[in-house]
Design a protein around this ligand. Structure first.
Ligand code: ATP
Ligand code: MG
Length: 226
Protein backbone atom coordinates (compact mmCIF):
# COMPACT_ATOMS: atom_id res chain seq x y z
CA UNK A 1 0.00 0.00 0.00
CA UNK A 2 1.20 3.54 -0.69
CA UNK A 3 2.17 5.66 2.27
CA UNK A 4 -0.70 8.07 1.64
CA UNK A 5 -3.94 7.39 3.50
CA UNK A 6 -6.11 10.18 2.10
CA UNK A 7 -5.64 12.17 -1.09
CA UNK A 8 -8.30 14.64 -2.17
CA UNK A 9 -8.15 16.87 -5.25
CA UNK A 10 -10.46 19.85 -5.83
CA UNK A 11 -13.35 18.33 -3.91
CA UNK A 12 -16.63 20.16 -3.97
CA UNK A 13 -19.90 19.23 -2.35
CA UNK A 14 -23.11 21.08 -3.11
CA UNK A 15 -26.38 20.11 -1.48
CA UNK A 16 -29.17 20.87 -3.91
CA UNK A 17 -32.82 20.94 -2.93
CA UNK A 18 -35.76 22.26 -4.88
CA UNK A 19 -35.71 25.71 -3.34
CA UNK A 20 -32.02 26.14 -2.40
CA UNK A 21 -28.50 24.97 -2.99
CA UNK A 22 -25.67 25.05 -0.42
CA UNK A 23 -21.99 24.72 -1.27
CA UNK A 24 -20.57 22.89 1.76
CA UNK A 25 -17.11 22.23 0.28
CA UNK A 26 -15.59 24.58 -2.22
CA UNK A 27 -12.39 23.06 -3.68
CA UNK A 28 -10.59 20.98 -1.05
CA UNK A 29 -7.19 19.48 -1.84
CA UNK A 30 -5.57 17.53 0.91
CA UNK A 31 -2.98 14.82 1.56
CA UNK A 32 -2.86 12.80 4.78
CA UNK A 33 0.02 10.32 5.08
CA UNK A 34 -0.48 6.93 6.73
CA UNK A 35 -0.05 7.16 10.48
CA UNK A 36 -0.89 10.86 10.69
CA UNK A 37 -3.20 12.24 13.40
CA UNK A 38 -4.99 15.32 12.06
CA UNK A 39 -7.35 17.62 13.92
CA UNK A 40 -9.94 19.37 11.73
CA UNK A 41 -11.26 22.65 13.13
CA UNK A 42 -13.48 25.43 11.86
CA UNK A 43 -16.67 27.31 12.65
CA UNK A 44 -20.09 25.65 12.65
CA UNK A 45 -21.24 25.12 9.06
CA UNK A 46 -17.70 25.30 7.59
CA UNK A 47 -17.96 21.79 6.13
CA UNK A 48 -16.07 19.63 8.66
CA UNK A 49 -18.66 16.85 8.92
CA UNK A 50 -19.25 16.95 5.17
CA UNK A 51 -15.54 16.41 4.52
CA UNK A 52 -15.36 13.57 7.06
CA UNK A 53 -18.39 11.90 5.45
CA UNK A 54 -16.73 12.05 2.02
CA UNK A 55 -13.55 10.45 3.42
CA UNK A 56 -15.69 7.68 4.97
CA UNK A 57 -17.60 7.20 1.69
CA UNK A 58 -20.79 7.95 3.61
CA UNK A 59 -21.48 10.53 0.93
CA UNK A 60 -20.00 11.26 -2.51
CA UNK A 61 -18.45 14.54 -3.76
CA UNK A 62 -20.24 16.68 -6.35
CA UNK A 63 -16.94 17.10 -8.25
CA UNK A 64 -13.30 16.23 -7.62
CA UNK A 65 -11.35 13.12 -6.77
CA UNK A 66 -10.84 11.33 -3.51
CA UNK A 67 -8.59 8.34 -2.91
CA UNK A 68 -8.65 6.71 0.53
CA UNK A 69 -6.33 3.82 1.44
CA UNK A 70 -5.67 3.27 -2.25
CA UNK A 71 -9.33 3.17 -3.38
CA UNK A 72 -10.93 5.79 -5.62
CA UNK A 73 -14.18 6.40 -3.77
CA UNK A 74 -16.11 8.43 -6.33
CA UNK A 75 -15.88 5.64 -8.88
CA UNK A 76 -16.82 2.87 -6.44
CA UNK A 77 -20.10 1.05 -7.01
CA UNK A 78 -22.81 1.51 -4.36
CA UNK A 79 -22.80 -2.10 -3.27
CA UNK A 80 -19.00 -2.07 -2.78
CA UNK A 81 -19.07 1.03 -0.63
CA UNK A 82 -20.61 -0.37 2.57
CA UNK A 83 -18.28 -3.35 2.58
CA UNK A 84 -15.25 -1.15 1.88
CA UNK A 85 -16.18 1.24 4.71
CA UNK A 86 -16.84 -1.55 7.16
CA UNK A 87 -13.47 -3.15 6.45
CA UNK A 88 -11.29 -0.04 6.34
CA UNK A 89 -12.82 2.81 8.33
CA UNK A 90 -13.86 3.18 11.96
CA UNK A 91 -16.22 6.10 12.59
CA UNK A 92 -16.88 7.72 15.99
CA UNK A 93 -19.86 10.09 16.27
CA UNK A 94 -20.52 12.95 18.68
CA UNK A 95 -23.69 11.29 20.01
CA UNK A 96 -22.22 7.77 20.25
CA UNK A 97 -24.92 6.16 18.03
CA UNK A 98 -25.06 2.94 20.05
CA UNK A 99 -28.05 0.60 19.64
CA UNK A 100 -30.01 1.00 22.88
CA UNK A 101 -31.35 -2.57 23.12
CA UNK A 102 -27.96 -4.21 22.60
CA UNK A 103 -25.29 -4.69 25.28
CA UNK A 104 -21.85 -3.09 25.01
CA UNK A 105 -20.46 -6.39 23.73
CA UNK A 106 -23.23 -6.79 21.11
CA UNK A 107 -22.77 -3.19 19.93
CA UNK A 108 -19.05 -3.76 19.44
CA UNK A 109 -19.68 -7.04 17.61
CA UNK A 110 -21.97 -5.36 15.04
CA UNK A 111 -19.33 -4.40 12.41
CA UNK A 112 -18.08 -8.00 12.47
CA UNK A 113 -21.46 -9.24 11.23
CA UNK A 114 -20.41 -8.23 7.72
CA UNK A 115 -17.34 -10.47 7.94
CA UNK A 116 -17.10 -14.23 7.63
CA UNK A 117 -15.87 -14.68 11.22
CA UNK A 118 -17.58 -17.29 13.39
CA UNK A 119 -19.60 -16.12 16.41
CA UNK A 120 -16.89 -17.20 18.88
CA UNK A 121 -14.24 -15.27 16.97
CA UNK A 122 -16.48 -12.19 16.77
CA UNK A 123 -16.97 -12.28 20.50
CA UNK A 124 -13.24 -12.68 21.11
CA UNK A 125 -12.41 -9.63 18.96
CA UNK A 126 -15.18 -7.57 20.59
CA UNK A 127 -13.92 -8.48 24.08
CA UNK A 128 -10.37 -7.52 23.11
CA UNK A 129 -11.60 -4.13 21.86
CA UNK A 130 -13.65 -3.51 25.03
CA UNK A 131 -10.69 -4.46 27.22
CA UNK A 132 -8.52 -2.02 25.27
CA UNK A 133 -10.88 0.86 26.04
CA UNK A 134 -11.00 -0.15 29.71
CA UNK A 135 -14.53 -1.58 29.76
CA UNK A 136 -13.79 -5.27 30.23
CA UNK A 137 -16.05 -5.26 33.30
CA UNK A 138 -19.02 -3.59 31.54
CA UNK A 139 -19.53 -5.88 28.54
CA UNK A 140 -23.06 -6.94 29.46
CA UNK A 141 -24.33 -3.45 30.23
CA UNK A 142 -26.87 -1.68 28.05
CA UNK A 143 -25.95 1.84 26.84
CA UNK A 144 -28.30 3.54 29.34
CA UNK A 145 -26.50 1.74 32.16
CA UNK A 146 -23.25 3.45 31.16
CA UNK A 147 -22.04 7.05 31.56
CA UNK A 148 -21.59 9.26 28.49
CA UNK A 149 -17.82 8.76 28.63
CA UNK A 150 -18.22 4.99 28.89
CA UNK A 151 -20.70 4.97 25.98
CA UNK A 152 -18.23 6.88 23.86
CA UNK A 153 -15.51 4.35 24.76
CA UNK A 154 -17.86 1.56 23.63
CA UNK A 155 -18.27 3.51 20.37
CA UNK A 156 -14.47 3.73 20.03
CA UNK A 157 -14.25 -0.05 20.62
CA UNK A 158 -16.86 -0.55 17.88
CA UNK A 159 -14.80 1.68 15.57
CA UNK A 160 -11.63 -0.32 16.07
CA UNK A 161 -12.97 -3.89 16.32
CA UNK A 162 -12.38 -4.60 12.62
CA UNK A 163 -8.81 -3.28 13.00
CA UNK A 164 -9.33 -0.53 10.40
CA UNK A 165 -6.36 1.51 9.18
CA UNK A 166 -8.29 4.76 9.38
CA UNK A 167 -10.30 6.17 12.29
CA UNK A 168 -12.56 9.17 11.68
CA UNK A 169 -14.10 10.95 14.65
CA UNK A 170 -16.65 13.77 14.42
CA UNK A 171 -16.45 15.79 17.65
CA UNK A 172 -15.92 12.64 19.74
CA UNK A 173 -15.59 14.71 22.92
CA UNK A 174 -18.27 17.29 22.04
CA UNK A 175 -20.80 15.73 24.38
CA UNK A 176 -18.52 14.73 27.26
CA UNK A 177 -17.37 16.31 30.53
CA UNK A 178 -13.68 17.28 30.77
CA UNK A 179 -12.51 14.10 32.48
CA UNK A 180 -14.32 11.70 30.09
CA UNK A 181 -13.07 13.80 27.16
CA UNK A 182 -9.52 13.38 28.44
CA UNK A 183 -9.98 9.56 28.55
CA UNK A 184 -11.27 9.45 24.96
CA UNK A 185 -8.47 11.73 23.71
CA UNK A 186 -5.83 9.59 25.47
CA UNK A 187 -7.37 6.58 23.76
CA UNK A 188 -7.15 8.27 20.35
CA UNK A 189 -3.52 9.07 21.02
CA UNK A 190 -2.85 5.45 22.01
CA UNK A 191 -4.48 4.18 18.80
CA UNK A 192 -2.26 6.56 16.86
CA UNK A 193 1.02 5.92 18.71
CA UNK A 194 0.83 2.23 19.59
CA UNK A 195 -1.34 0.89 16.80
CA UNK A 196 -0.26 3.23 13.96
CA UNK A 197 -3.83 4.21 13.08
CA UNK A 198 -4.37 7.18 10.82
CA UNK A 199 -6.82 9.49 12.56
CA UNK A 200 -8.83 12.50 11.44
CA UNK A 201 -10.69 14.10 14.34
CA UNK A 202 -13.10 17.01 14.03
CA UNK A 203 -13.10 19.18 17.11
CA UNK A 204 -14.14 22.63 18.31
CA UNK A 205 -11.76 22.37 21.23
CA UNK A 206 -8.16 23.60 20.87
CA UNK A 207 -7.10 21.45 23.85
CA UNK A 208 -8.37 18.34 22.03
CA UNK A 209 -6.58 19.45 18.86
CA UNK A 210 -3.28 19.43 20.76
CA UNK A 211 -3.46 15.63 20.89
CA UNK A 212 -3.08 15.57 17.09
CA UNK A 213 0.15 16.00 15.07
CA UNK A 214 -1.28 18.91 13.14
CA UNK A 215 -4.43 20.93 12.71
CA UNK A 216 -6.28 21.82 9.51
CA UNK A 217 -8.66 24.77 9.53
CA UNK A 218 -11.78 24.89 7.38
CA UNK A 219 -13.72 28.06 6.69
CA UNK A 220 -16.70 28.35 4.36
CA UNK A 221 -15.81 25.08 2.67
CA UNK A 222 -12.15 25.92 2.06
CA UNK A 223 -8.96 24.88 3.86
CA UNK A 224 -7.00 27.82 5.23
CA UNK A 225 -3.23 28.02 4.71
CA UNK A 226 -1.53 28.09 8.08
N1 ATP B 1 -28.02 17.23 3.95
C1 ATP B 1 -27.80 18.55 3.81
N2 ATP B 1 -28.64 19.30 3.04
C2 ATP B 1 -28.42 20.62 2.86
N3 ATP B 1 -27.40 21.29 3.42
C3 ATP B 1 -26.55 20.60 4.20
C4 ATP B 1 -26.71 19.20 4.44
N4 ATP B 1 -25.69 18.79 5.25
C5 ATP B 1 -24.94 19.89 5.52
N5 ATP B 1 -25.44 20.97 4.87
C6 ATP B 1 -24.90 22.35 4.88
O1 ATP B 1 -23.53 22.27 4.51
C7 ATP B 1 -22.75 23.19 5.26
C8 ATP B 1 -21.66 22.44 5.98
O2 ATP B 1 -22.26 21.57 6.95
P1 ATP B 1 -21.41 20.62 7.90
O3 ATP B 1 -22.37 19.80 8.66
O4 ATP B 1 -20.37 19.94 7.10
O5 ATP B 1 -20.70 21.70 8.87
P2 ATP B 1 -19.80 21.48 10.16
O6 ATP B 1 -18.53 22.25 9.94
O7 ATP B 1 -19.68 20.04 10.47
O8 ATP B 1 -20.65 22.23 11.29
P3 ATP B 1 -20.84 21.88 12.85
O9 ATP B 1 -19.58 22.37 13.54
O10 ATP B 1 -22.03 22.70 13.25
O11 ATP B 1 -21.06 20.41 12.99
C9 ATP B 1 -23.73 23.91 6.19
O12 ATP B 1 -24.08 25.13 5.60
C10 ATP B 1 -24.90 22.96 6.26
O13 ATP B 1 -26.09 23.66 6.50
MG1 MG C 1 -20.36 18.84 12.04
Amino acid sequence: MSDIAIEARDLTKTYTHEEFSVTALDGISLTVPNGDFVALMGPSGSGKSTLLHLVAAMDMPTTGEIRVLGSRLESMKDREVARWRNAHVGFVFQFFNLISVLTALENVELPLNLTSLRQKEKQKHAKTALNLVGLGDRMDHLPHQLSGGQQQRVAVARALVTDPDLILADEPTGNLDASSAQDVLALMQQLHREFDKTIVMVTHDSHAAQFANRTLHLEKGRLLDC
